[in-house]
Design a protein around this ligand. Structure first.
Ligand code: PLP
Length: 396
């Protein structure tokens, strides 16, 4: 990656990733040269575009061990989550085809905002929603899901890997439970796909959301996996129009974006071990340098069942505003702006038991494929400087 000398060190890979130059190169011909409409079936421009989309569909499918025909391209994980949750509930609520019973959905208190917003909207339509608590590591227990199941439970929607604290939920067990009770299982895998091994069949997943820009693909493209058999999942479409994506998601396909998503996942699959080893090493370097400095620094998320690229740290002795001021030169995510703590504390951090104050004294460092050892060493120095200034680290 080209990095400008004046650019801050990018440690916000859980928010978005740069498009891998290899991905960009594969996308490029599909803007000007191979610009065909993938639905144009009467000439070579269309055939070329359609073949590229098919290829991408195979790559996306193989990254989650699914059938290509069960992949539907969308504009990103937000849209995929909307399609899945509304698509299932509208089907049940439909006056002509649905059942009389209002559907019940089980989810957690630590989902991505877009899942919470969709479900809160659906509550206006009579959908019942149970928001399950999580433990101090951010895990939603299978037992609590089991206890929440009711006769009208139609859907379980649980985040695969958390975007704030990196915790990976017991997806296998949740899938098995959903199958046992004939309830559909949706998972938001925006942070997980391309980073951890996913097999929709063995995990009992019926619906799965993917985003390209979290895995070195372009922004504004994603996919929804919709199980086509055993059982066949029927969704009410949110958009109506042409017959693209089997009518479930009509509209002219974003061919360059789709090609980019396919390429990003193909690359992610081939270099998964390499990426993981690189990122894990850098994560350990940082944690080994910082955690021993003071008992007041706490690492959030599950110790082992977690994404390797996420570091959520709470500095209980540091004022929230301090981070933005003292860690300038690093692009990371925090709940607080310099000299102001007016922003609402994170509901995810509160759900794992942090007070408002501690939630505001938490930062998220997201590492990625292009993070270097030099950058991590610089970050370590800056963090040490911050601790020294706050007079926390006696050993430094
Ligand atoms: C980024 C993210 C989303 C939203 O994805 P977009 O493609 O930006 O719409 C949803 N869920 C999780 C867990 C995410 O990390």
């Amino acid at each position: 990656m080209k990095k400008g000398a004046s650019q801050p060190i990018y440690l916000d890979y859980n928010a978005t990733t740069p498009t891998d130059p290899k991905v960009q190169k594969i996308m490029e011909p599909y803007f000007c040269e191979k610009f065909g409409n993938a639905s144009s079936s009467s000439h070579s421009y269309g055939w070329e575009a359609s073949a590229a989309v098919s290829q991408a569909r195979k790559h996306v499918a193989s990254s989650i061990s699914a059938r290509p025909e069960d992949i539907y391209f969308t504009s990103g994980a937000t849209e995929s989550n909307n399609m899945a949750l509304k698509g299932v509930c509208y089907k049940v609520l439909c006056p002509s085809t649905g059942s009389k019973q209002k559907p019940h959905v089980i989810t957690t208190s630590v989902e991505h905002k877009c899942v919470h917003e969709v479900l809160s909207y659906l509550e206006n339509w009579g959908v019942e929603v149970t928001y399950l608590p999580v433990d101090e590591h951010g895990i939603c227990s299978v037992e609590s899901i089991k206890n929440a199941i009711k006769s009208n439970t139609k859907l379980i929607s649980i985040i695969f890997a958390n975007n704030e604290i990196g915790t990976i939920n017991p997806i296998h067990e949740i899938g098995a439970l959903s199958k046992k009770h004939n309830i559909l299982f949706h998972t938001d895998a925006a942070q997980a796909c391309g980073k951890i091994d996913i097999d929709v069949d063995s995990m009992g997943i019926d619906l799965l959301s993917i985003s390209a820009h979290k895995i070195y693909g372009p922004k504004g493209v994603g996919a929804l996996y919709v199980r086509g058999k055993n059982p066949e999942v029927n969704l009410t479409p949110l958009q109506h129009g042409g017959s693209q994506e089997a009518g479930l998601r009509p509209g002219t396909l974003n061919v360059p974006g789709i090609v980019g998503l396919g390429a990003a996942l193909e690359i992610a699959m081939t270099q998964k071990q390499e990426d993981r080893a690189h990122i894990k090493k850098l994560r350990e370097t940082l944690l080994n340098a910082i955690l021993p400095l003071s008992p007041s620094i706490k690492l959030n998320g599950h110790p082992t069942s977690r994404l390797c690229n996420n570091i959520s740290l709470t500095f209980s002795d540091i004022q929230p505003g301090q981070f933005a001021c003292d860690l300038s030169g690093i692009a990371f995510s925090s709940n607080s702006a310099c000299s102001s703590d007016s922003t609402a504390p994170s509901y995810v951090l509160k759900a794992i038991g942090l007070s408002d104050q501690l939630a505001r004294s938490t930062i998220r460092l997201g590492l990625g494929r292009f993070t270097t050892e030099d950058e991590i060493n610089t970050v370590i120095q800056k963090l040490k400087g911050l601790l020294k200034k706050a007079d926390i680290s006696a050993s430094y």
